[in-house]
Design a protein around this ligand. Structure first.
Ligand SMILES: [Zn+2]
Length: 393
């Protein structure tokens, strides 16, 4: 038996190599020597172990035009492990299974009966059970949960989500029963985490993620680390003034706040008032109308994009990032010009707006890829430890 110190060092080095493969799928063993600073012998040994454990897999060897030894690309394994990502939204839960490379392989949506914490958390427990069943013989190695508002990821507590009336909702009792590690974060921080791995802010040091859904949120990353603040409350942007006062009064008393003017709820409400969609119509109905070429729908969505742009401009002044990534339904290629317009109205350096403000590249599964990315980031801190814990559970 190796001593505990040596065993820990081996685990740390295995984590280093596995993370490098996750960060740069397709790397070869010689790339890994360069990236990790480990010896060629150590890398060979660790890669063999990670292959035997099913954490990484080999692709087809390639030879360069100048000849030499074939290069064997290494990628995160698509079998036999899964991570779970669950997004707790205003109207529904969305849950998914992803492989170790972050590709979503299964996704399902469950509508809430009520937004009260009890029924929603029962729904999350049932969804976790079902996703574990869908995973079948594949082992779930970690799960990530995300929801909007002020979320304390250390304590796994939703401190406040005023829009649905959640205060100090503790997720630990629900999650503690699982045999794999669980992680909780706010929707927008989870999106920022996924975006920096798979999306627009990949390789960017300083970025700001802005999410506009039924709620709004932001997450600033400095040197690749998401800033959480002293009380895990950094990035709450509900009360940024973004336009002329609207019909809904914010809980702060004003009517020009980002959180009441520019959300999916607000724009759907306006569309109902304007008679564009039916009385029970939602954002999806408005988007469908817009895709069919409706001018009224386009006008509404463009106005919203300008409002979101103003929030983006204010945030860019605060953080001076390399990139601002906008996600949610507002992130439409056709409305990027309106986002830029709104941002330029507020930016001190309006000339850089088109270099600065970009749309998400996370695609249709963004809301589940995000919490899955949180789970994966934690898994890759100590993959062999996570698998060992699973075996001894
Ligand atoms: Zn307000």
């Amino acid at each position: 038996m190796p001593s505990a110190g040596v065993a820990n060092l081996r685990r740390d080095n295995a984590g280093l190599v596995a993370r490098a493969v996750f960060d740069e799928p397709g790397v070869s063993r010689s790339d890994l020597v360069e990236v990790t600073g480990l010896s060629a012998g150590a890398v060979t040994k660790i890669v063999s172990h990670l292959l035997s454990q099913g954490v990484v897999r080999e692709g087809a060897p390639t030879t360069s035009s100048v000849g030499g030894r074939p290069r064997v690309p290494l990628r995160p394994s698509d079998e036999p492990y899964r991570v779970i990502g669950i997004h707790i939204g205003l109207r529904w839960l969305v849950g998914a299974l992803a492989d170790l490379g972050g590709t979503i392989v299964h996704e399902e949506t469950v509508a809430h009966g009520s937004t009260k914490p009890g029924p929603v958390l029962d729904g999350v427990a049932a969804l976790l059970d079902r996703l574990e069943r869908v995973a079948g013989r594949r082992h779930v190695v970690a799960a990530g949960l995300s929801t909007a508002g002020w979320v304390d990821s250390r304590r796994q507590v939703v401190v406040a989500n005023p829009d649905i009336g959640w205060v100090d909702v503790d997720l630990r009792p629900l999650l503690a029963q699982r045999r794999y590690a669980t992680h909780v974060d706010s929707t927008v921080r989870a999106l920022a985490s996924a975006e920096s791995r798979f999306g627009t802010s990949r390789g960017v040091d300083d970025s700001v993620q802005v999410f506009v859904g039924n709620f709004v949120g932001s997450a600033a990353s400095h040197r690749g680390v998401i800033q959480r603040g002293s009380h895990q409350a950094a990035g709450l942007v509900d009360h940024l003034p973004v336009g002329a006062p609207g019909p809904v009064r914010c809980r702060c008393g004003r009517s020009d706040c980002f959180g009441v003017l520019a959300t999916d709820l607000a724009v759907a409400e306006q569309a109902r008032r304007d008679g564009l969609i039916g009385e029970s119509g939602q954002i999806e109905d408005l988007l469908e109308l817009w895709r069919s070429g409706d001018r009224g729908a386009d006008r509404l969505l463009r106005r919203r994009a300008v409002q979101v742009g103003r929030a983006v401009g204010l945030l860019a002044n605060l953080y001076d990032p390399d990139t601002v990534v906008v996600s949610g339904h507002v992130a439409q290629e056709q409305h990027l010009i309106d986002l830029h317009k709104g941002a330029a109205e507020r930016l001190e350096r309006a000339d850089i707006v088109s270099r600065l403000v970009h749309l998400t590249a996370l695609g249709e599964h963004a809301l589940t890829r995000a919490p899955a990315a949180v789970a994966l980031a934690a898994f890759y801190q100590d993959p062999l430890g996570a698998l060992g814990a699973l075996g001894s559970a």
